[in-house]
Each structure stands twice: as C-alpha cells, then as structure tokens.
Design a binder for this molecule. Structure first.
Ligand SMILES: Nc1ncnc2c1ncn2[C@@H]1O[C@H](COP(=O)(O)OP(=O)(O)OP(=O)(O)O)[C@@H](O)[C@H]1O
Ligand SMILES: [Mg+2]
Length: 375
C-alpha cells in the first residue's frame, strides 16, 4: 500500500525555486531517510508533506487521499524537530500531554497515554521534571513522546539527533529503529549525516539542489551510485575520482595516456569525457605495474578498524583503505582495480555509465597479499 505519494512537487519562495519538480512514492510502514547537503530542500519537503507550507505546484496524497490543500492539523503527521521546542515551564508529562489537552482528550485518558508512551521511551522516572532538568537526549525523547502520543499516521523527523553527541546519537538511532519496528508507523527521517542515513533507512533518497538524485536501499546506493553527486556524497572516505577520456576501444584513459581500469569497456562513444570512480577499499596497490604511473604515500590515518592511506601521483590525490593489520604500501606503488568495482560517470551529465558487457563479480579478497609483499 502506498503511504505518501508526491507528484510533480514544486516550491518557490519569491523568485527562488527550492523544490524543483519532485516525484516520490513512500510505502506505508516504511522508514524512508532523506539525505542531502545543507540547503537542498529537505526541511522544505517535510514541511510541505506536513502542510506547514503550501506547494506551489503538484499533488500530495496520504493513504490514497489527496491532502494537497488539507490543513496541517488534519493530515495525521507528527513532526520532530532538531531543536526540541519543549515548553520550558511545563513538566515532561505536561509537555507530552499538551496536544491531547488542546484536542479535548479527558484527563484520565491523557494520563494513561502519557504513562504508556513514557514507558516505551524510558521516561517514566522523569515525568515531573522540567526541560531544563533534562539532558539533550532526554529532551529529544520527550519531543518524540509528544509526537507519538497522538498516534500519528506518519512521523516526520527533521534532523532530530543533530544536537546530540555521537554516543547519544547512536543510542537514539537504535531507539527510533526499535520504535519503528514495534509501531510500524510510516516515517520520513531527514538528515545530512550519511552514516545515520545508511544505518536507519529501509530506503534512502539522496537529494541535491531541490531534486532527487537517487532512491534505493542503502546497499543499492552505495554499490551503484546513479550519479557523480551520489558517488561523491556517499561513502567515507570519499570515492576516488579520476578524470578520463573514452578511447577507441571503450576504455577510460587518464591524462598521460594510462588506463586506470583496462578491464572495463564502457558503453560510451570514443571521446566522451568521464570521471572514473573507485572506492578507497577497492583500490589494489601493487609493487609495480607494466604500465601506469606510480603513487607516493603521503599520510596515513588509522581509524582503528582500518587505515586510510593518502597518496599522490599522476596529478591525483588518491585514498586507499586497508583493514587494520593488512599490509599497506610504504613505498611508491602502482594501482589496479577490477571492472566490477569501477564506477564511470559522464562528465557532462553526471550520469552513471554502463559497462558494454556485464562482468561477473570476483569473489577473491580485494587485497592479494602477494601484490604487496615486495613493497
Ligand atoms: N521561508 C523561506 N523563505 C525563503 N527561502 C527559504 C524559506 N525556507 C527555506 N528557504 C530556502 O530554501 C532552501 C532550502 O531550505 P531547506 O531548509 O529546505 O534546506 P535543508 O535541506 O533542510 O537544509 P539544512 O540541512 O541546512 O537544514 C534554502 O536555500 C533556504 O534558504
Ligand atoms: Mg533542514
């Protein structure tokens, strides 16, 4: 069943178009994450769905009903914001029950619902405190409780974890996932943190400058970024990008006349300018190569589980990522990578190009020990 359907959505503020014709189907009970850089229109999109802003053009349906012109209060959406916006003079219980009180729900039922939601969010012991007596994480849980208590049809989260420290973020991330598993409420969660997006999403939407770049599962998007923008935005450390030109044989040739991935034959016309992408973990370092430039190690970053090696050569800054304890090059090295981990984007359009022939994925480890033994 479709939860929310957005068709041809446009939003302009004055002269500026902020959402530029956007189509998206959000499934009922899905946890959808919208990821994109600051200013790309994420909050605006949520506010349009919630009815806090009117669309300039387009149609919004929720569970099959056209709500494009429906008042915010009638859409069944509850929103949780980055700044908790709690009433400072009210207790936790008062904050949570306020919406119900305004809606005329009797006192006893209010108390019951507060108790039930507080138990779910482990706020039971804090009900008589005021917001200034709570930690950031507790405040954000109260804000979530306030949204949950009205049993909304849809949760809209606008970067609710941004103000919290890393440990609390990770903890609340799990709590929100558990709540979603237990309640099954259709949820849209906005963030500009890719780890948060990847770990929370059933499906992810990557937005850029008012448009959708790609929709898919975190794995789809990581493994097959549809555009150059997505390739650069998803994955840490960021994907290596090598500018290249398609030669007569369909191979991508880098400046200086070398082929970073000679195995890959792209379905593109000779002379097409491209950007060849390869993730740091997919680059294989070799003691020497029959052809191609050498790269010189620059600095290493040890992040515990892996080491990121930054190197320079052929006018490029290159990053390699190797599991902790695995050999990594200490001297000049050459690189290679198989076609199935190579990504190619047409420079002019930013769109992903396909291989001319599909290549079966290799199963062996990307780090053949022998390739480094002599470095
Ligand atoms: N009420 C408004 N009037 C004019 N411009 C606005 C208004 N609201 C948002 N904008 C502009 O629309 C663009 C998108 O804003 P939006 O808040 O949706 O971005 P965002 O993706 O949520 O960014 P962030 O990650 O920083 O929260 C921005 O350029 C912003 O300045
Ligand atoms: Mg925002």
């Amino acid at each position: 069943m479709t939860g929310i359907e957005l068709s041809g959505i446009r939003k302009t503020f004055g002269e500026t178009e902020v959402v530029k014709g956007l189509d998206l189907s959000i499934r009922a009970e899905e946890f959808l994450v919208i990821l994109g850089p600051s200013g790309c229109g994420k909050s605006t999109l949520l506010r349009l769905i919630a009815g806090l802003e009117d669309v300039t053009q387009g149609r919004i349906t929720i569970h099959g009903l056209d709500v494009t012109r429906t008042e915010s209060g009638q859409r069944g959406c509850a929103m949780v914001f980055q700044n908790y916006a709690l009433y400072p003079h009210m207790t936790v219980a008062g904050n949570m029950a306020y919406g119900l009180k305004v809606a005329g729900v009797p006192r006893r039922e209010r108390a019951e619902r507060v108790a039930r939601i507080a138990a779910m969010l482990e706020l039971g012991a804090l009900l008589e405190r005021r917001p200034h007596e709570l930690s950031g994480g507790q405040r954000q849980r109260v804000a979530m409780g306030r949204a949950m208590i009205r049993s909304p049809r849809i949760f809209l989260f606008d970067e609710p974890l941004s103000n919290l420290d890393a440990k609390l973020r990770a903890q609340l991330r799990l709590e929100i996932k558990r709540l979603h598993r237990d309640l099954g409420t259709t949820s849209i969660f906005v963030t500009h943190d890719q780890l948060e997006a990847m770990t929370m999403a059933d499906r992810m939407v990557v937005m850029n400058a008012g448009r959708i770049e790609q929709v898919g599962t975190p794995q789809d998007i990581y493994r097959r970024p549809a555009t150059r923008f997505v390739a650069g935005f998803i994955g840490a450390p960021a994907m290596n990008i090598i500018p290249a030109l398609i030669d007569e044989g369909g191979r991508a040739m880098a400046p200086g006349g070398w082929h970073p991935c000679p195995e890959a034959i792209w379905a593109l016309a000779p002379g097409t300018e491209v950007e060849l992408g390869v993730r740091p973990a997919d680059v294989v370092a070799m003691a020497s190569a029959s052809a191609g430039p050498l790269f010189t190690p620059d600095v290493n970053e040890d992040v515990g589980t892996e080491v990121h090696l930054h190197a320079r050569g052929a006018g490029l800054d290159l990053t390699l990522s190797t599991p902790a304890g695995a050999p990594h090059p200490l001297q000049d090295f050459a690189i290679s990578f198989p076609a199935h981990v190579a990504h190619c984007f047409v420079e002019e359009t930013g769109q992903r190009a396909a291989l001319r022939h599909s290549i079966p994925e290799r199963t062996e480890a990307p780090w053949p020990e022998t390739s480094l033994s002599s470095i």
